[in-house]
Ligand binder design. Sequence first.
Ligand code: PMP
Length: 449
Amino acid sequence: MTTTTSTMHEIFERAHRVTPGGVNSPVRAFGSVGGDPRFIASARGPYVTDVEGREYVDLVMSWGPALLGHAAPEVVAAVQEAAARGLSFGAPTVAEVELAEAVRARVPAAEKVRFVSTGTEATMTAVRLARGATGRDLVVKFAGCYHGHVDALLADAGSGVATFGLPGSAGVTAASAAETIVVPYNDLAALEAVFAERGDDIAAVIAEASPANMGVVPPRPGFNAAIRRLTTEHRALFILDEVLTGFRVGPAGWWGLDGVARDGGVSATGSEAYTPDLFAFGKVVGGGMPLAGLGGRAALMDLLSPSGPVYQAGTLSGNPLATAAGLATLRLADDAVYARVDEAARVIGDAVGAALDAEGVPHRVQRAGNLFSVMFGETAARDGVHSYADAQAQDTFRHPPFFHAMLDAGVALPPSVFEAWFLSAAHDDAAVNRILEALPAAAQAAAAA
Ligand code: PMP
């Protein structure tokens, strides 16, 4: 099953001597699938190539940013041009203004935007801003949602915290944990109960726009709108975390599909319209460079320093190389790009389902726009997956053999069952066909588990 080779193994051992766990972000370590991670030498379009020269069709895509495919020539050129003019100034640039304008053009409710370097900083700042704006301390989050490694938001988090089966993190103070209330996802009655009890102390509810860090678990139609209603009633803020979904599932992210009314009054997902107070952005907005941001109503955003009392800063915030990559990416990400990503996701999602059906493996392909993931098990197949408890109850043991069979066939899936599969506009017929060809053997491996 394992594809370990000596070169890769040696590098991983060398990495272990100088880096905790041999990696700089936990899920990269193949902890839940076993074997040695691929050390990547280069990437282009839908492919990554490891240091041994082996090429894979990539379904990780840097965990989201590479919407256009890896190393899109126009994006690389924009970064090279920016690099030639200087790597970092610690002073404002026109490109930062242009990128904020580009974000606002797509998400008008993000009237003002502050750029930071990581999604973690974006959500951390959003929480601080919410506390500063309301004078309240409590934050409500949902089990299985991941918002970066912010102390207050690590309780019952998704992504690596879910992959490694952790309740949270060591090193988070009891005081910090006590200021976070965790509610089951998609459970409106539980959220209402929390507001009935503590409503006057709640600064904000933060939710992934459509969760994808416990696998893909979309909100029930109207769930985000209900969060909006409750938070408004209790004068708490609603922070919509679009770090993963923003500019990926559509031009205006999940909110564009879920929160914006079309003709007939309801949104594309069948929800009533809603507008959060704050958005967190990341990944695609930085085009593969370290850039993220938060946006919202002007009056609220103006509480940030230097115009307001809520402090926030960053040496590399709005970095010129990162803003160049983000701007080039957003300029290129037109309707045709989203149509291509949507279509590739539909074809591959359907094919995964058919391959697993053919082998009698009970499963559910969970979808949210062009994001999808596979949940194994009878219950998932019958009822779908609506919460972190549902996601944890799946047959996780089927994922490692499925993952390794795909890897052996030259397809790199996310190395955790709690992550979404990411596609790009560069996944052309050749790349998609390689995935389709790999699926039957992987489904057999999952069936044999
Ligand atoms: N929010 C969500 C929804 C995410 O998916 C992530 C990262 N996967 C983050 C926040 C944190 O972003 P970063 O890793 O850039 O800190």
